[in-house]
Design a protein around this ligand. Structure first.
Ligand code: E4P
Length: 220
């Protein structure tokens, strides 16, 4: 399973890249706005830090302008993945950019029928938003299960399921059990994955007992 980080904060991306666990980055217009940076600059910087797919989202809603914006973003670096919303024009743009060899992430997916359309449009990634579904009392993880099952029925569907809008580690673990290809995680959720109180307690016990021996591994 691939791990992407869902942020446009370069300090966070640099820090997480050092773990060796980062396979890509996703951004969206809200995250770019939060960064306070210009989109072309920040995406170029991210691409210089991370080799894997870096999603940069178009801002237009009509096909012609989306296509122009997508081509402009794709020129930044070979690992730019153009993100388009799941609309009629978005999927037309997806089809055109994919045919040109550009990776496309279709975002704002909230149903299995939308995910089928994205696969037919040749998307590299489909981004179902689990947290936002949970927020309105619907079953975010149920949607992931459904999409993975559907995609697995057809060899021609090569679109990867990129679980988005993840709020906590359980979303990630459930996604992994279901066989989702990618999870995009906010930095704080990536950090939560490491934690368990019994790890802290166990380590502190081992360190206490070790100190009592007076030994040093490097001196032996
Ligand atoms: C995915 O690519 C989106 O940027 C993101 O996961 C949205 O998450 P949110 O619902 O926490 O804003």
């Amino acid at each position: 399973m691939k791990f992407f980080v869902d942020t446009a904060d370069l300090a966070e991306i640099r820090d997480l890249a050092q773990t060796g666990l980062l396979d890509g980055v996703t951004t969206n217009p809200s995250l770019i706005a939060k960064s306070g940076a210009k989109i072309l600059d920040v995406i170029a910087e991210i691409c210089s830090v991370v080799d894997g797919p870096v999603s940069a989202e178009v801002a237009a809603t009509d096909y012609d302008t989306m296509l122009k914006e997508g081509r402009h973003l794709a020129k930044i670096a070979p690992n730019v993945t153009v993100k388009v919303p799941l609309t009629v024009d978005g999927l037309k743009t997806c089809k055109a950019l994919s045919a040109e060899g550009t990776m496309v992430n279709v975002t704002l997916c909230f149903s299995a029928s939308q995910a089928i359309l994205a696969a037919k449009a040749g998307a590299t990634f489909i981004s179902p938003f689990v947290g936002r579904l949970d927020d309105i009392g619907q079953d975010g993880m149920g949607l992931i299960d459904e999409i993975v099952q559907i995609y697995n029925q057809y060899d021609a569907f090569t679109t990867e399921v990129l679980v988005a809008s993840i709020r906590h580690p359980i979303h990630l673990v459930e996604s992994a059990k279901m066989g989702a290809h990618v999870a995009t995680l906010p930095p704080n959720v990536i950090r939560q994955l490491y934690n368990h109180p019994l790890t802290d307690k166990g380590l502190s016990g081992f360190l206490k007992d070790w100190a009592a021996t007076g030994q040093s591994i490097l001196d032996q």
